[in-house]
Write a protein that binds this ligand. Structure first.
Ligand code: WTA
Length: 631
């Protein structure tokens, strides 16, 4: 690939060109890929009426770019190295040739089970090679994948399946997660009680736990692949055909299905992967994310494979068998680039140096961070203790909606600064605005982070509801994409993301909408009303704080709390369980009946000095009760 920046001058030139002549800038990059038919119009866009298209008229298949292209000249190079949950189990190495064969074979299985171009396929699997194969097999035949993170509940799965009317579900019997066995198929069975669109379930074997297999609906992966060949020509796709749907939480309502399209997403994830990780042929790259989130889609599967890289997949968790597991993996596989989340860093930092001091981490060259703000202490520990002071940290800011990394330092090129994502990548035009939408010029300022010009990897729509996409992202500030994040631009023009300014909480790098958690809590019998806010949490970044009004006051508080937690687990999943629940007799409301979240946040965060004026509330007396009842 001919688009790697190598020096500060390269970056400045690329950035300049991307602003002055975006069409030619992206055309030159896109030409590096294999197109079945060239595009007719590089870019058309309108942020007011939300229409964005890149590479219009171009025909391609992303798997031809991620697989066939590399099989031609390096069939034996590892594409995926898979590290199992149990370190004593065998590692699997899938070369480009092997991965290509397995993807084609499984693509034929999908076809045999009735999946056609444009159909939606739900994938609910642990981090095993079959997950990557399933994703790529969908792309091979032009089916739209909707991966649901393995930690979500049956209810969440069925909501997602129904929203996009998935025809097929791909899952496993069970999953290994540390010492635990997770019953994946059972959860899928529960989800499917209420999913009329699903005709087939394809089950891969991982744990050999007993499961139910329903005649006519459920089939085994291992048996199906014996019935087909490994010949599967790539489906000819339009650049703007959807590649996948990925559900993500916002301020209001149920999670939205963010839609990414093939051409732009491919070009953008490959461009950003090659540059942000300064990938060189032969490097071993390890991203610890789960493929159930956008980071796994873009930077375990598509970006690395589009660049012909070697990407690792890890099935387990950082603390199994002990808190040295990541460092063991780095030593064992001689990992060069390591990309993880601040939550993992903070948690591993807390276990002390006995887990890494005797490990050989000398293969590391570049460290990455993603998903939430990284605090300075964690940044320095990562830099000194893991990188031994020699590895630049690339703090990458981006979102499910942006498809790929937007603001990040280029290792060994851009100066780094702890807790700063630093500078926008070429093609990205960030601006800060005040609450009225006026642009905030100059440096040394704070504001709401927006993007004013399209980039190839951006969201195109939300599945089944284009208006919602327009309203959520393009109507807060006219003509701008609004990120939902607050941001500082310092004296040097460097960007530092300060966190969400909307009703989204970032818990361990997972996005959770406060409204979603409130709805789940309100499902519990006996709950009258609830309000959920985020508060600072040492490890998770943010914790979930719930204020709950119960119908009766003579309850067993501990038991009721546990029941509420169980309810939230059932409705959303364990990741959305509140860390604190406070029972209250009322919530602070304005005279028009709106909950004053600002006050709830201040109390949860212990910022009592800056509570502000509470006298205009409908029920000012409630504030003292909130403060008194807080732990
Ligand atoms: C936050 C994850 C600070 C941010 C790729 C964003 C970050 C949300 C960073 C998106 C970072 C992500 N520094 N905050 N480097 N990266 N965020 O959709 O609030 O799961 O809006 O995408 O995570 O989360 P999402």
């Amino acid at each position: 690939m001919n688009f790697q920046m190598k020096t500060w001058e390269d970056y400045q030139d690329a950035y300049q060109k991307s602003i002055e002549d975006p069409e030619n800038f992206w055309a030159e990059i896109a030409q590096e890929f294999k197109w079945i038919k060239p595009w007719k119009k590089l870019l058309e866009w309108d942020f007011n009426d939300l229409q964005v298209s890149w590479f219009k008229g171009g025909k391609l298949n992303i798997t031809e770019n991620c697989l066939d292209r590399h099989v031609e000249h390096k069939p034996e190079q590892p594409a995926i190295i898979w590290e199992p949950n149990d370190p004593n189990e065998d590692v699997q190495v899938l070369t480009y040739k092997v991965l290509h064969d397995r993807v084609c074979r499984f693509a034929n299985v999908l076809k045999m089970n009735g999946v056609e171009k444009g159909d939606r396929v739900c994938i609910y699997m642990p981090m095993i090679p079959e997950l990557a194969i399933a994703v790529l097999a969908c792309a091979r035949i032009g089916a739209i994948h909707s991966v649901v993170f393995g930690g979500f509940s049956a209810q969440s799965i069925s909501d997602r399946i129904n929203d996009s009317a998935c025809k097929v579900v791909i899952t496993t019997d069970g999953a290994h997660r540390g010492a635990k066995l997770i019953p994946m198929k059972d959860t899928v069975d529960d989800a499917l009680m209420n999913c009329p669109s699903v005709k087939k379930v394809i089950v891969s074997t991982r744990t050999r736990t007993p499961i139910s297999m329903i005649k006519g609906r459920d089939v085994w992966w291992e048996e199906e692949i014996k019935k087909v060949t490994n010949e599967c020509p790539p489906e000819v796709m339009d650049a703007e055909d959807p590649l996948f749907i990925l559900y993500t939480s916002g301020s209001t309502g149920k999670p939205k299905g963010v839609v990414h399209t093939i051409g732009g997403y491919m070009v953008y994830t490959a461009y950003t992967f090659l540059n942000v990780f300064q990938y060189h042929p032969g490097d071993i790259y390890f991203c610890t994310a789960d493929i159930g989130w956008i980071t796994g889609h873009s930077y375990i599967i598509y970006g690395p494979l589009a660049c012909g890289a070697t990407t690792m997949m890890f099935e387990g968790i950082p603390t199994y068998p002990d808190a040295g597991r990541f460092w063991d993996i780095i030593e064992k596989h001689r990992v060069n680039t390591f990309y993880t989340a601040p939550t993992a860093i903070r948690s591993l930092m807390g276990f002390g140096d006995e887990y890494y001091k005797d490990k050989d981490l000398s293969s590391l060259r570049i460290l990455g961070s993603v998903g939430e703000p990284i605090n300075e202490e964690a940044w320095h520990w990562y830099h000194q203790e893991i990188g031994k002071g020699n590895c630049p940290i690339t703090d990458t800011w981006w979102q499910t909606e942006t498809g790929g990394i937007m603001i990040a330092p280029l290792p060994n090129i851009t100066k780094t600064k702890p807790s700063f994502a630093t500078l926008p990548l070429p093609g990205i035009q960030p601006i800060l605005v005040d609450d009225q939408g006026n642009e905030i010029d100059g440096n040394g300022v704070n504001g709401n982070l927006c993007i004013k010009f399209p980039w190839p990897g951006m969201i195109r729509t939300t599945w089944g509801d284009h208006e919602r996409c327009k309203k959520t992202y393009f109507s807060a500030y006219k003509g701008l994409y609004f990120t939902g994040d607050g941001c500082q631009r310092d004296e040097d023009g460097f960007y530092r993301i300060t966190g969400r300014v909307d009703d989204v909480i970032n818990v361990s790098g997972h996005r959770i909408g406060t409204a979603e958690v409130e709805n789940a809590i309100n499902m519990h019998t006996g709950v009258v009303e609830s309000a959920v806010v985020g508060y600072p949490h040492d490890i998770k970044g943010q914790g979930i704080y719930a204020y709950v009004i119960l119908e009766k006051s003579d309850h067993d508080a501990e038991l009721t709390k546990r029941d509420i937690l169980m309810t939230v687990s059932r409705i959303i999943g364990p990741i959305a369980k509140p860390d604190e629940i406070q029972f209250v007799s009322g919530l602070p409301k304005t005279r028009s009946g709106k909950i004053m979240r600002r006050i709830l946040r201040k109390v949860a965060c212990n910022e009592l000095d800056t509570l502000g004026d509470t006298s205009t509330l409908l029920n000012p007396e409630i504030v003292d009760e909130l403060i008194a009842g807080k732990k």
